[in-house]
Design a protein around this ligand. Structure first.
Ligand code: ADP
Length: 484
């Protein structure tokens, strides 16, 4: 396996434009491919969270009234610096998170696009003049919501941050960010560059430490006017409860359990290629990962053979060697996949490929699980209803269009869904009836700078990216002016 020295990167908190030591000790961060400690981060607590809230509050009046073009200049500079430093940022990400280096580089490029897209969009937050019945002037002004608390997960340790920060600061908000404890260095490395780009003090602050303490303070504070969260449904529910008394705005991007339906008239080769590519991206640790593969009975055997054949080409290893897929984030992640596999096989599912934890040789100290195909999945199995954050393709056979729509919707989640078909009636009908925030038809490209990303039901609410994403950071103010 590749050996690489961990790049030098900040380990402290960033508050009011300064790097500060944490008052709550330090914690190690490990490489999920090797089990090695990469470095230790500083931990803060209530004291630092309060300082960060104060800093963001103090920075808000100036940042929110700065010319949008001036904010755009800073953001474009941030984008340039991120682009120039892509190699280092990607290496840091792969070493702390595990994903293949090319995917890490792709994520950094997405950051660059998000920053530039929102820098431009921040200059087009345009209000309205509404015709009034008399001589009054009816105006709709759009203003930033205020201080934002952002809490992000480890699976996209860089872009989950940028897709929140970019629209927030473009709209004129200021931010306190709490990145995931598994992957803090991607956040700190970005912050080094944002600081270098001239982002004024207090506009973005980073606190590290006990998640529940920081989360509680951010969600309960009256000074924080918006919480944006990506992570598990359980934590999202807690944050919502904590945020309710202060009636702040909330956006929640939570779990998913995406169906991937292959209809009999589908371009099978394209469907299988897309499935393999999408499923093993980030080793299946994506809230939009295809998790229940419904295949029509007429093509089931052929499609299954094609999938199993394609599995031979899927490689596993240290992300630095750029395999198809890397390790899972931690041992608990491996155990969860093992539990789902055990439950499914005990209830009659058959393993067609893979199926086990990888413990030999190079894999001994990492969190590796074999890319797996599981056939004969039914509704009595946990895997049908629980999100699988791992490299498992569960196959389900279906016969009828309306029934498969019902089964695809038979989940508390409603984030991403996909299907492959060519019949226009099927395409229209299924797109209409899938109860999901996003539908990919013959395509899984649902995450783009310009398009709304988000879910319904237990997958949360609110949208990220695009014009819809910027609106999440804006309040609409109605002004009526009597002129005569
Ligand atoms: P995952 O299962 O993907 O790790 P989590 O919801 O546990 O999802 O974590 C997502 C983010 O939420 C991380 O930054 C984590 O530290 C944070 N987090 C975990 N528990 C809490 C909590 N009680 N309050 C606020 N944030 C939390």
């Amino acid at each position: 396996m590749a050996k690489h020295e961990f790049p030098k990167v900040e380990t402290r908190l960033y508050i009011n434009g300064k790097w500060v030591d944490g008052s709550e000790g330090k914690a190690p961060v490990t490489n999920p491919a090797t089990g090695e400690t990469l470095a230790e981060i500083h931990l803060g607590g209530e004291k630092e969270t309060q300082e960060a809230i104060d800093a963001a509050k103090a920075a808000f009046p100036k940042w929110s009234t700065m010319a949008p073009s001036e904010r755009a200049k800073v953001m474009n500079k941030m984008a340039d610096l991120v682009e120039e430093d892509a190699e280092r940022l990607a290496t840091i990400m792969t070493m702390e998170q595990g994903k293949p280096l090319s995917q890490a580089k792709g994520e950094i490029q997405t950051n660059v696009e998000n920053l530039r897209w929102n820098a431009a969009e921040g200059q087009r937050i345009i209000g309205d003049i509404i015709p009034s019945p008399d001589t009054n002037q009816w105006q709709v002004r759009k203003q930033p919501v205020g201080v934002v608390g952002a809490i992000t997960p480890w699976n996209f340790p860089s872009n989950m941050i940028v897709r929140k920060i970019s629209p927030a600061i473009a709209a004129g908000c200021t931010v306190i960010l709490k990145p995931a404890e598994e992957t803090p260095f991607s956040a700190l490395a970005l912050m080094e560059l944002f600081d270098k780009a001239g982002l004024p003090e207090g506009v973005v602050n980073i606190v590290l430490g006990e998640a529940s303490t920081i989360g509680k303070m951010l969600s309960e504070s009256d000074d924080v006017r918006k919480i944006t969260f990506t992570g598990s449904t359980e934590v999202g529910q807690t944050l919502n409860e904590q945020a309710a008394p202060t009636l702040k705005k909330v956006s929640m991007e939570l779990g998913g359990h995406a169906p991937f339906i292959i209809f009999p008239d589908a371009d099978l080769e394209a469907a299988v290629d897309t499935l393999i590519e999408t499923k093993f991206a980030n080793n299946g640790q994506v809230c939009t990962s295809p998790n229940r593969i419904f295949i029509h009975k007429d093509i089931k055997e052929k499609a299954t053979d094609m999938i199993v054949q394609r599995m031979e080409e899927v490689t596993v290893g240290d992300g630095l060697d750029d395999p198809t897929t890397g390790p899972l984030i931690n041992q608990e992640g491996v155990e969860k996949v093992e539990e789902q596999m055990k439950d499914a096989t005990e209830k009659g599912a058959k393993i067609l490929f893979g199926g086990s934890k990888m413990t030999d040789g190079d894999f001994a100290n990492g969190n590796f699980f074999e890319p797996t195909v599981l056939d004969g999945v039914t509704k009595d199995m946990d895997i049908f209803y629980e999100e699988t954050f791992g490299p498992v393709i569960p196959l389900i056979t279906f016969e009828d269009e309306e029934q498969v729509i019902k089964d695809a919707n038979d989940t508390v989640f409603g984030l991403a869904s996909y299907f492959f078909a060519t019949n226009i009636h099927t395409i229209d009908n299924v797109s209409n009836k899938l109860e999901y925030g996003m539908v990919g038809v013959n395509d899984t490209g649902i995450s783009n700078s310009a398009t709304p990303f988000g879910g319904v039901k237990h997958s949360g609410f609110g949208r990220e990216n695009g014009t819809y994403g910027v609106e999440e950071y804006i309040e609409v103010k109605f002004v009526t002016i009597r002129t005569a």
